[in-house]
Design a protein around this ligand. Structure first.
Ligand SMILES: Cc1ncc(COP(=O)(O)O)c(C=O)c1O
Length: 636
């Protein structure tokens, strides 16, 4: 295939994946901004390209911004895949007593070469995930010869591969990745100078399990291909178990007490119950255990029972729901409010109700997943502008203005994994210039921003400028559910056209009663907001003094930016060891390579908690061997 043919073919595949006509796509088109291909979408495009061109699983892994970059890389990968590798029959003697494992691509090429040799299949027919027996007819006898030959060529000890565990070529590659550097090293030609006998683990301490070259992240399992629908499940679980055994994944440790500044937690890693400093909760104003809130819930359960057993439109509405909607509208200073079962479903329901096929939703790159999912559900064109980049937003609006009917700009008020605030004034100006509507998701701004804690619009003095304000009640408001406030006619429309409202049961009346009590406390005790901000400033100052990069955080969400996923996981493990619970955020919470600890502050934290938390993070950073520097990056 000529280079030109490869490019044309690759463009065809890319366009088919994202339902664009090739003639409408220019090479400089921004994948995310113009073609609305987000990270997950791009993973699908790249998987389709790998399949089309018979490229290995680790091809096309660069960070692509434009269409041209993708096509260039397909050309490069396709031509290097065509060059047959020379089997390393007699590589040069290695000077180091610590043999390096063969680079992953060389190993993969060698594995494919051996399989080709024994099976006589063409390269394009040897899919890495093809079932060797069922699809390629490689029986156990042939497989044993292949693995024996491969082991010999790689200088592996006999029986290095457990034949019973190999069902695909991918399994062979995974097994190779798991072997120690010594086992997986390419063969070393007999050396004339005798090796002093030093083993790799004598030269340096054995690497921790996660340092075995397995650089996979959760993202690697989203496009795992298999004829067996559950193939991806098995691959993921094997990876997940490994990460758990290494104590790098400890998500979901169960609390055995109320969630306050500290919490008793059953530590599943050590099998013991212990007290943790709690910095993973979004109980920003400490209302989750407030006696008035708890009492209101108990009273309402006694009055109205455990739950309402239907959706709001058919029998599931309680007077307390109506009262809560009135109170939220008043708190937000808007005409009307609709309460959804969750913040997630509020985004899904409201965006998909309002934006339709001929409309466009324009969203910030760092918006919450529920916004992204709402856009997908809506079927409207989805455009993504670079984070808080108003020039990019303007460019997109200019291009879209005469191509679509309605436009909806959606932004987080406070970005949930970054803690920074959207540029609402500029955003509203652009929206009004281009006739677009604005929806702000105040999940992390409600109870945090604005003199009364009512959110982003209040913070910027822009009440009335934002069309719709959305919020969740599972964070500062200490309950459950989501809501949208706005003009009464829009809110009524949402009740009938948001499927997540019309076709789903809503929060129990008792939860609604607890939320009303939480609003009462918020209004009666404004000092909670002041204490929260004092705490935020104290912890931030400690962390900044220690040199950590906190991004542009201006809220109760304080990210400790790390970047590398493996390093963040190791840091999270060291923090957990020291008895502090904060989130280690990796994909899909954040893009791969932008990992971080996410520390959330509450008005319940004492000075001692805050000082200790900063100390723990600094000590943990030292333990994992990284010093934060003051320029916001990490130096080893
Ligand atoms: C910005 C944002 N929107 C929506 C949600 C979803 O809210 P809920 O957990 O109430 O479903 C979250 C939750 O983390 C969020 O951070």
């Amino acid at each position: 295939m000529t280079e030109e043919m490869i490019r044309t073919n690759a463009l065809r595949v890319l366009c088919a994946q994202v339902q664009e006509e090739p003639q409408h796509v220019v090479l400089e088109s921004h994948l995310e901004g113009e073609l609305r291909i987000d990270e997950t979408g791009l993973a699908g495009v790249l998987a389709a390209l790998r399949a089309e061109f018979g490229l290995p699983a680790d091809a096309l892994t660069s960070r692509f911004v434009t269409v041209r970059e993708v096509l260039d890389e397909v050309v490069v990968s396709t031509s290097s895949a065509r060059r047959a590798p020379a089997p390393p029959a007699a590589p040069a003697p290695r000077p180091s007593p610590v043999p390096e494992p063969a680079p992953a691509t060389d190993r993969r090429d060698l594995v494919l070469e051996v399989f080709r040799h024994h099976t006589h299949y063409a390269a394009s027919e040897l899919r890495l995930d093809a079932d060797l027996e069922g699809e390629l007819g490689v029986d156990s006898v042939l497989l044993a010869s292949i693995l024996g030959d491969l082991g010999k060529r790689l200088g592996l000890p006999k029986g290095a591969f457990k034949a019973g565990t190999v069902r695909t070529i991918d399994d062979v590659l995974v097994a190779l990745r798991r072997m120690t550097p010594a086992e997986a090293a390419p063969p070393v030609a007999p050396s004339t100078t005798p090796n002093p006998g030093e083993k790799w683990h004598d030269a340096a301490p054995p690497p921790r399990p996660h340092d075995d070259g397995d650089a996979r992240t959760l993202k690697d399992f989203t496009e795992e291909r298999s004829r067996d629908l559950f193939g991806k499940v098995r691959a993921f679980n094997e990876f997940y178990k490994k990460r758990r055994d290494e104590q790098l994944f400890w998500y979901g440790m169960p609390l055995e007490s109320a969630c306050r500044n500290r919490a008793m937690i059953f530590d599943e890693v050590t099998g013991k119950r212990r007290e943790f400093l709690m910095f993973a909760s979004n109980n920003y104003l400490g209302l989750a255990n407030h006696p008035r809130v708890v009492e209101a819930i108990c009273d309402a359960v006694r009055a109205y029972g455990a739950t309402n057993t239907g959706c709001r439109l058919i029998g599931g509405t309680n007077v307390v729901h109506k009262e809560l909607e009135r109170r939220l509208a008043r708190f937000k200073n808007r005409e009307a409010c609709i309460v959804y079962p969750s913040g997630y479903s509020a985004n899904l329901g409201s965006i998909s109700a309002l934006a339709k096929t001929n409309d466009a939703v324009i969203i910030d790159k760092f918006n919450h997943m529920s916004i992204l999912d709402g856009c997908k559900l809506s079927g409207a064109a989805r455009k993504i502008y670079q984070h808080n980049d108003m020039a990019d937003l303007e460019r997109i609006l200019e291009r879209l203005a005469d191509q679509v009917d309605g436009m909806l700009i959606v932004t987080d008020g406070v970005f949930s994994m970054h803690g920074d605030i959207c540029k609402l004034p500029e955003l509203c100006r652009l929206a009004s210039r281009f006739g677009a509507k604005v929806l702000v998701d105040d999940a992390h701004s409600t109870g945090v921003l604005g003199a009364r804690g009512s959110g982003t619009a209040e913070h910027f003095g822009l009440k009335g400028e934002v069309d719709l304000e959305l919020g969740t009640m599972s964070k500062a408001l200490a309950g459950l559910g989501g809501f949208v406030v706005g003009d009464a006619d829009v809110i009524e429309y949402l009740r009938f056209y948001s499927n997540s409202y019309a076709f789903a049961a809503n929060i129990p009346a008792a939860t609604a009663a607890g939320l009303i009590a939480a609003l009462d406390v918020l209004e009666a005790e404004p000092e909670r907001l002041q204490v929260l901000w004092r705490n935020i400033r104290r912890l931030k100052q400690h962390l900044l003094d220690a040199g950590f990069d906190l991004g542009e955080s201006e809220s109760a969400v304080i990210p400790v930016v790390i970047g590398d996923d493996a390093l963040a996981l190791r840091l999270g493990r060291a923090v957990r060891d020291r008895g502090m619970f904060c989130q280690t955020v990796v994909y899909p919470g954040i893009a791969v390579g932008d990992a971080r600890l996410r520390v959330s502050v509450s008005s319940e934290h004492t000075d001692e908690d805050l000082d200790l938390a900063a100390q723990i993070i600094a000590d943990a950073a030292r333990e994992v061997g990284f010093e934060p520097n003051r320029h916001g990056t990490w130096a080893s």
